[in-house]
Design a binder for this molecule. Structure first.
Ligand SMILES: Cc1cc2nc3c(=O)[nH]c(=O)nc-3n(C[C@H](O)[C@H](O)[C@H](O)COP(=O)(O)OP(=O)(O)OC[C@H]3O[C@@H](n4cnc5c(N)ncnc54)[C@H](O)[C@@H]3O)c2cc1C
Length: 498
């Protein structure tokens, strides 16, 4: 019988349980990738993600061909593709990883299950992350995570014997994927997709780049080198979370206590990765519904013009504009900058979090639904069980980009502004000559207003009751972030991943 291996956001060969199971059957295999309009079009995904996926598929094809196999692609809905396979081959087993995503992918998977069941066929799904389907209680999450992460890594089989004839919907010619239009912008200078790039990025990190991880984590430029930069590779499955965890722990055993602190900082985030994805697995609606609806009542009426200025990096607040423009150009900014741009649009400007969330998802090359929508809700102060953080981007700039190097890199209009004015250029006597916009808002007074409103909601009976319930369901139990070491001056590496 035929075994179909369905690649989704797990575009790799190494440590791939569904592929291993198919190979172990000893029967012919059909590896497929399907570009589904219902998932890719009119949703938050964008052309830069599609580009990354195509790069990953090309890499996967080379690796599969070395093993005597072949990857086939199609454009269409899964049921159509499965029907065409069924017509040609009759009964088959479908193998895939569980996808922990938004209601779109969740419903698609349910449709595929239904289709397979109606035909009497087996659909075998394997856990992809340390995330548990139908988790009974958050209290058990840490134990499940450990069990998953400690399993042995799965090597790539010597031979991957694939079928040679396929239905006409499927083809090994990837030009087919070009017929498919995905909205949004591509990247000219972002990270490149593929398993090989993922492993190279990780090796470089563990060899050297991690040495200033904690020191530079909030610096907008230096963090582009000192952070792992694994996020798109984890999000599109070019590298497995189990591999990253096990190899980091190996490295931690052999490095000095000082170095170990940096890797501990990194490992906390690897834990958070699955902790947040578990939230969307338990409740896919977190991508649409505010965890604590009491906060919906105080948002301002939608202001499309303010949203556009924010999105295009034209608010007149240099750190916000530099972050948004960096994102458009490179597909990545660090955690602090992400939290700050969200706080600005949702707290300082008091706009609803949903449209900014989808807009940012389209810009982050590493868009991972579970992390993304959880973080959007947290940073916009919409959970009620996290503290409300309202950033002042001027202060953030002075602290983390003191000489304005990040601002100058991404805002050419401000390139020649003296350091004293780089965070508040409107204070320059010849500001009008800069062709840079006036600030959209007076940040300190807007932040004060937001703080008063949001803290009042947080303290209300309604918000507290909802927060308690959500905390029980989604709150972290064991992995509180470890205390950060005192910052010292770390060594600056020359590698520039921006
Ligand atoms: C509003 C907002 C949206 C975000 N959206 C995403 C997203 O769509 N995809 C995404 O991968 N990260 C997201 N993050 C988390 C974080 O900013 C990125 O993971 C990180 O900046 C990626 O760079 P890195 O791989 O070099 O991270 P590192 O610091 O090297 O961390 C290693 C890995 O840990 C995970 N990780 C890091 N920070 C977090 C965190 N706070 N929560 C959960 N997991 C984390 C990521 O998988 C990351 O690749 C978001 C943060 C905010 C504030």
């Amino acid at each position: 019988m035929l075994h179909v291996v369905w690649f989704k956001r797990d575009l790799r060969l190494y440590d791939h349980a569904p592929l291993q199971e198919a190979v172990q059957s000893g029967e012919p295999i059909l590896p497929i990738y399907v570009a589904e309009p219902s998932i890719w079009q009119g949703q938050e995904l964008s052309a830069r993600h599609y580009q990354f996926v195509k790069e990953s598929l090309a890499d996967l094809q080379v690796s599969l061909q070395k093993k005597g196999g072949e990857l086939y692609v199609a454009v269409g809905e899964m049921e159509e593709v499965l029907s065409s396979i069924y017509e040609k081959y009759g009964a088959f087993t479908l193998h895939a990883h569980e996808e922990n995503g938004t209601p779109h992918t969740f419903d698609r998977d349910k449709r595929v299950h239904r289709w397979m069941k109606e035909k009497g066929l087996l659909f075998k799904e394997k856990q992809h992350f340390g995330v548990v389907r139908r988790l009974k209680s958050r209290d058990d999450f840490a134990e499940h995570w450990e069990n998953f992460i400690r399993q042995p890594l799965i090597p790539v089989a010597e031979d991957i014997p694939c079928v040679e004839e396929v239905p006409s919907l499927l083809t090994p010619n990837f030009e087919k994927l070009e017929e498919f239009y995905v909205g949004g912008t591509r990247l000219d200078r972002g990270q490149t997709g593929g398993e090989r790039h993922a492993h190279r990025t990780f090796s470089e990190f563990l060899d050297r780049r991690f040495e200033s991880y904690n020191f530079h984590i909030s610096k907008p430029l230096a963090s582009s080198v000192s952070c792992s930069r694994l996020s798109p590779y984890l999000a599109w499955g070019n590298i497995s979370i189990r591999y990253v965890t096990q190899k980091t722990e190996e490295k931690m055993r052999e490095c000095s206590p000082k170095e170990r602190k940096h890797l501990q900082g990194f490992m906390s985030r690897i834990h958070w990765h699955c902790h947040f994805i578990q939230r969307i697995e338990d409740d896919p609606d977190i991508s649409r519904q505010t965890l604590n609806p009491a906060f919906d009542e105080v948002r301002k009426e939608w202001d499309e013009q303010a949203f556009r200025r924010w999105y295009e990096g034209k608010t007149g607040i240099p750190m916000i504009d530099a972050s948004m423009r960096a994102l458009h150009e490179t597909g990545w900014i660090n955690f602090r900058s992400r939290a700050m741009v969200v706080s600005f649009i949702c707290n300082t400007l008091m706009l609803d979090w949903r449209k900014p969330a989808d807009a940012l998802a389209g810009l982050f090359l590493d868009y991972e639904p579970g992390i993304h929508y959880s973080q959007m809700q947290m940073q916009s102060g919409s959970t009620g069980f996290n503290t409300i953080r309202i950033y002042n981007p001027i202060k953030q700039g002075i602290e983390h980009d003191p000489d304005g190097a990040f601002i100058r890199k991404f805002i050419p209009e401000l390139r020649d502004v003296p350091p004293l004015f780089i965070h508040e250029p409107w204070k320059l006597s010849d500001f009008d000559a800069l062709s840079y916009p006036e600030p959209i808002v007076d940040v300190p007074s807007a932040n004060k207003r937001a703080r008063d409103i949001l803290w009042a909601v947080k303290g209300s009976k309604k918000a507290k009751a909802s927060a308690e319930k959500q905390l029980e369901k989604h709150g972290s139990r064991k992995w509180k972030p470890k205390k950060k070491p005192e910052p010292e001056e770390g060594e600056q590496l020359t590698l520039n991943l921006f």
